[in-house]
Design a protein around this ligand. Structure first.
Ligand SMILES: N#Cc1c(N)n[nH]c1-c1ccc2c(Cl)cn(Cc3cccnc3)c2c1
Length: 244
């Protein structure tokens, strides 16, 4: 997968050099290219923003600069364009799975009050353009959102996670974990400061362990995410689940 990221703060993406994304880049699984938007300005101040039409606070990012940058980065290609914005569709595990299947993603990271909307309108004439939000809170720009999305997508690519099963058991993963969060996890020692690991996990009985983990996932979902619990597909719940 090729990932292009355009931003006025390329240094925000240093974390993509480390850990699982960094290793995927070294292996060639991920081809991440980061671009400084200001490279496509033509004034001495490298201006990327201007005052908003209609008045109001803050500044808006200029369409001309973005147009020159995106044209230079994609050439005649047609990546899927992802634009973080507080007003976007929710970024979910399901969307991460979908985007992990794309050969080429272009992330447009804005700042200020946002990118002139004509940029998205222009590229929607020739590319899939998704305006996406990572959650109901407000950041100062799109860079942190792109870091979140790149990690969520990158870990789903073949060979990136050491244990592919881990992604299957993720919270929110399609299949048996859909609309469920994961239960608690434990490791050695069996007793730590008087806290014992649940005995079932030491039993070696895989069926009982699987049952216990699902029960704990259901309990934690009901406690922490009642709206997900309410959306659980009744057909995926067995009679044991329903007693919880
Ligand atoms: N994704 C996401 C996301 C999220 N979940 N919170 N904030 C953002 C986000 C993403 C992109 C930008 C751009 Cl471009 C500018 N800002 C600052 C801003 C602040 C208030 C109103 N409008 C824009 C962004 C905030």
């Amino acid at each position: 997968m090729r990932l292009d990221i355009i931003s006025i703060f390329p240094e925000y993406f240093a974390p993509l050099d480390v850990s699982l994304i960094g290793k995927a880049r070294e292996r060639g699984t991920l081809d991440v290219r980061i671009h400084q938007l200001r490279d496509w300005t033509h004034d001495v101040h490298k201006t990327v923003d201007d005052t908003p039409y209609g008045g109001g606070p803050g500044m808006v990012m200029k369409p001309e600069v973005w147009g020159e940058a995106i044209d230079a980065v994609i050439g005649d290609g047609a990546p899927r364009m992802i634009v973080p914005t507080p007003s976007g569709r929710p970024f979910t595990q399901e969307l991460a799975q979908e985007l992990a299947g794309e050969p080429w993603l272009l992330f447009a990271c804005g700042r200020y009050e946002g990118i002139d909307s004509r940029v998205m309108a222009e590229y929607a004439t020739r590319l899939p353009v998704d305006e996406v939000s990572i959650g109901d809170y407000v950041l100062a720009g799109g860079e942190v959102a792109v870091l979140v999305m790149v990690e969520a997508i990158g870990r789903l690519l073949p060979g990136v996670l050491g244990n592919a099963q881990s992604a299957v058991d993720d919270s929110f993963a399609p299949g048996s974990m859909r609309n469920l969060v994961e239960g608690p996890v434990y490791t050695k020692p069996p007793v730590w400061r008087g806290h014992e690991v649940p005995a079932v996990l030491l039993s070696g009985h895989h069926g009982k362990v699987a049952r216990w983990r699902r029960d704990e996932a259901l309990r934690r979902t009901v406690r922490n995410r009642p709206e997900l619990a309410a959306a659980l597909d009744p057909d995926t719940l067995d009679k044991h689940d329903r007693k919880l």
